[in-house]
Design a protein around this ligand. Sequence first.
Ligand code: ZN
Ligand code: ZN
Length: 125
Amino acid sequence: MKYSKQRELILQALHDTTVHPTAEQLYAMIRVTEPTISLATVYRNLNLLAENGIIKKFSDKNGIFHFDHCTHNHFHFICSKCNRVHDISYTFTPDPAAAISAQTGLEVESYDILFHGICSNCKTN
Ligand SMILES: [Zn+2]
Ligand SMILES: [Zn+2]
């Protein structure tokens, strides 16, 4: 990938947040310091970064994409009420990719597991 100042800014903004933002949310964050950037630029660069495996992308049940700078193995939990995304450690279960390959011989290259439910914040409200 060719170096781009704007892509660098997008990646930096994604690194600085833990909320797994959508493109629109990230766009709003970047505009504070970079008012000339366009939403189309943010979209294009996020997709490019995801295609190159530099960031992760997954869609919620409304089909809206969220982005994550953390590419190591972990799962996500998304709250059905507030739509907040939480990181879930994958150490609570044996590596599903290894289990699948042992059982079926299929070679897993990547996987995305998304849990849906109610977060503790919404449960108490
Ligand atoms: Zn919630
Ligand atoms: Zn994550």
